[in-house]
Write a protein that binds this ligand. Sequence first.
Ligand code: B12
Ligand code: SF4
Length: 475
Amino acid sequence: MKILLIKPLYQFNSFHPVQYTGAEKALPLSLAYLAAVLERDGHQIYVLDYQVSNIEIKECLNNFSPDVVGITAFSKEFPHAVQLMQNIKAYDSNIPVIVGGPHVNAYQENIFKQTLLPDFLVLHEGEETTRELISNVFSHKDLSHIKGIVYRDSTGQIVKTAKRPFINNIDNLPFMALHYFKPELYYPNAGTFRHLPSITMITSRGCPYPCIFCNTDLFGKTVRLRSSENVLAEMEFVVKQFNAREINFCDETFTINRNRVLEICEGILRKNLNIAWKCSTRVDKVDPELLRLMKKSGCFYVGYGVESGVQKTLDKLQKGITIDQIKNAFMETRKAGISSMAYFMMNVPGESIEEIEKSILFSREIKPDFLNFELIKPYYGTKLRKIIENDPNIQINEKIWDKWEEYSAGNHLFYVQKGVSEEYLLTAYERAVKKFYLNFNFISKAILQLRSVSQFNSYLKSFFNMLKIKVVAGR
Ligand code: B12
Ligand code: SF4
């Protein structure tokens, strides 16, 4: 069967200091894995990623004539996904369209209140469900036995089938099918890479933590890890087959299992992979010995979700970390010679102006190499969204509350709370971010850390975009 896999685009309406200015383009791992399992079943695949391609959908349908189309979507991309589905259905309403990814997973059957265009939603992990669905899609048989899907049956009734158990051993998944992509067209945020091509990999699924701003339902609460051997084998594969010079581990908490990271680092050194790599993790999941070995094996950057410099706010967010752990992690990361990124949140429900100011001061005190403040985005399916909806002290910005394209790396203000004016938030945000980057310390350090022409170009682009940072109140 011919299967067209699409990653929609989203239009940036506003600026986000690091993410937008660096104009990161991340290879859609969802499609890379789905393509790998579908190819293994003998299907013919074409990937259309609108981040790096501007082919008209009609032209693609004409040229490839797919039997089935699959679309992945974050919330921010869902509006474009809907547009694409309209065009696909107008071209040929008989082409089944399957949609998966975080947005439909959060909404599940309620997606059909937004649009009736998809034929099938695939919930949670997609590999096994998609294989089974595709092999039955033209059979005209009852599909209610296929676990993990939502669809409208012949009477128009919405059917949600039983939940599919998660894949136990994710080592059994094939490696990403990178040959359907042009890895050289993808790159991380400005400054957060050293050399291109930088290839994205993910080595775990699931997160056990309860942070209220994050919906972890997609891959569940139980962490499933790929073995160190399996991770090292894929690293070798991307180095040999795709000349990767850098690996960008996208796991939420890459160091969640200390021993596995030690094994990966030792493997990189033993195999002489000679590759730079970066990751993200939690401040309570690093220690000096681990960081030293990470650095020795090529790690140059670690991103940490700090969220706030006030313990009360961290507790409210159920982040499960302490101010001391944050200070320690940044100090030890610096000592190990690894660059750090601190991700902060602003406008947490209940957060006062004094607390926001304290957080901004704290963001300087821990001396991260990169800093990101984000005005909270209340994603659908999170506890945070419910808290905000039920708080009488919070005034929701109705104009953008359900406007999914605004749930991006932009900096929109989704709500204001009593005692924290919109005007204050807009200036505090700009102050927190702009002053950090447009400053002698940052610029001189960035120059000293330059390792490649591509890195220089991305910094330059960022610099000019940074001058334009402005918060959009969404009205
Ligand atoms: C890696 C990652 C990133 C990377 C790369 C993102 C990318 N473009 O690929 C980076 C660091 C760039 C990133 C950035 C952001 N991210 Co992010 N990210 C993740 C993370 C940790 C893993 C995603 C991943 O690649 N998983 C591996 C692949 C294999 O899984 P998958 O994509 O889910 O696909 C599987 C299923 O969903 C399903 N599936 C998916 N698509 C399809 C399509 C079809 C047809 C089918 C059948 C099945 C299917 O099958 C796949 C295989 O099992 C998730 C958390 C999570 N665990 O999901 C958050 C997550 C996706 N990110 C999120 C967010 C909010 C963001 C940001 C907007 C944050 C911000 N405010 O700046 C930015 C967006 C910037 C950008 N340029 O995209 C949210 C999305 C929420 C939402 N409703 O949209 C998530 C879910 C985190 C969370 N728990 O809240 N992110
Ligand atoms: S923020 Fe990170 S640690 Fe917290 S629930 Fe989300 S993925 Fe897990």
